[in-house]
Design a protein around this ligand. Structure first.
Ligand code: COA
Length: 162
């Protein structure tokens, strides 16, 4: 059995909530690929290379976790990698509709690929990348939401120019 999975996301930036899902998935699967999306519906603060570098830095301690960039359809990327499980985090009921749509669309396109939902720790159920960006933008403390390296990157990115 191929015990590999892909956890894809925009990761703009990676939060402690994402990390919680990664920790759980890394315990279940022999190999976990974190796939950072190039094209996304959202305008991102960090470039895809920056997002990949931040993810890499945060997951260095996991021996079975690798970080990659992908573009196009996730199921096509999964096929290319020979992986048949997609991991997603489900934080609250509000995530459900979007996740449901995405999982079923992916299943329609690729019935052999399964989506597996993991619930992050309740402490992180309200954390999102966009709120983290907003807190950082106004000079707030993001240390409860992101790793120190991400906090530094946010500060550097959002530092007033001049
Ligand atoms: N902890 C903290 N935050 C979490 C989280 C968790 N465990 N799980 C989700 N989130 C938050 C993120 O912080 C982010 O918040 P924001 O929108 O406020 O910034 C949001 O939920 C989702 O972001 P992320 O987890 O980075 O993933 P995503 O939903 O942006 O990723 C892709 C979506 C890239 C996987 C999806 O768009 C995709 O597969 N794209 C490729 C195209 C494709 O195949 N489309 C067909 C399917 S419809």
């Amino acid at each position: 059995m191929n015990r590999a999975a892909i956890y894809a996301g925009t990761f703009d930036p990676i939060t402690l909530g994402h990390l919680d899902v990664i920790e759980r998935a890394a315990r279940i699967f022999n190999r976990l690929i974190l796939a950072v999306a190039v094209s996304t519906r959202k305008a991102t603060l960090f470039s895809v290379e920056e997002r990949r570098a931040l993810v890499r830095n945060v997951v260095r301690r996991f021996k079975n976790v690798e970080v990659d960039i992908f573009d196009g359809l996730l199921v096509q990327y999964a096929r290319k990698k020979g992986v048949r499980v997609l991991v997603r985090g489900l934080r609250a009921f509000s995530d459900f509709e979007f996740e449901f749509q995405m999982a079923l669309t992916n299943r329609k396109m690729a019935p052999d690929i399964e989506t597996l939902f993991l619930m992050p720790k309740e402490d992180f159920s309200y954390v999102s990348s966009s709120t983290v960006r907003e807190v950082a933008q106004y000079g707030g403390d993001t240390s409860s939401f992101v790793a120190p390296s991400v906090e530094r990157a946010l500060q550097a990115k959002l530092k007033p120019r001049g």
